[in-house]
Design a protein around this ligand. Structure first.
Ligand code: CA
Length: 220
């Protein structure tokens, strides 16, 4: 899952990038409102973390312009602690959630996971595919009850396909959602990762659809 983090404080911005990357997200950073507006209008983010006080263009204006342009990605605002007016204005401008500063990283990650699930119409954190279970909250995978060790990239691909199960997902789409903007992208890597997932979790889980990409079998 790929995130845009919009935060002008260099310290908090780096801290967010590091913690969210450790939690398995691909992270793009924007340090001002204009850059955020551009990235959010052109890149397919799974969710956005948006600070309100930003140079060049404030966060609320950025959010309003995204929504006016029909950009529908989930947005969580970082607000001042006791400003209920900020929270209300943010939600009314099209935000999906907010978190007051200072916040606990685990809470931000849990909220992001919930927003990302909801955005694709999934309410349950654990997705079941026969004997394979993918827990999108704990980021764990089991097969017939046994924990299966997966790398961050394997988990990322598996979780994206699991949340979009039943529809073909192209390699381009996968690449756009698994790698940050500055990452050296190579779509051949996806075939290698898919191969490793199949070895660990069985052949039947992910189908290759010629010319279209990958499709995870529907849950159940
Ligand atoms: Ca700020």
């Amino acid at each position: 899952m790929r995130l845009l983090v919009v935060e002008d404080s260099p310290d908090l911005s780096q801290q967010l990038r590091q913690s969210l990357a450790e939690a398995g997200f691909a992270v793009d950073l924007a340090m001002d409102g204009e850059e955020a507006l551009h990235l959010g209008n052109t890149e397919p983010y799974d969710a956005v973390v948006l600070d309100l006080g930003l140079p060049r263009l404030d966060g609320l204006s950025v959010l309003r312009r995204w929504r006016e342009a029909d950009r529908a990605m989930p947005v969580i605002l970082l607000t001042a602690r006791d400003s209920w007016t900020e929270k209300v204005a943010g939600l009314n401008a099209g935000a999906d959630d907010y978190l007051a500063k200072p916040f606990i990283m685990a809470e931000l990650i849990a909220r992001l996971n919930a927003l990302i699930r909801r955005a694709v119409g999934v309410a349950k954190p654990e997705l079941v595919f026969g004997e394979v279970r993918v827990d999108t909250a704990a980021r764990t995978v089991t097969r017939a009850g046994a924990p299966i060790r997966v790398t961050a990239m394997e988990y990322g691909m598996l979780a994206y396909l699991a949340l979009n199960a039943g529809r073909p997902v192209s390699k381009t789409e996968l690449t756009e959602h698994l790698y940050a903007q500055d990452f050296d992208r190579d779509s051949n890597t996806l075939e290698v990762i898919a191969g490793r997932i199949r070895r660990k979790l069985g052949d039947g889980l992910i189908e290759t659809i010629r010319g279209q990409g990958y499709r995870m079998v529907p849950p159940g």
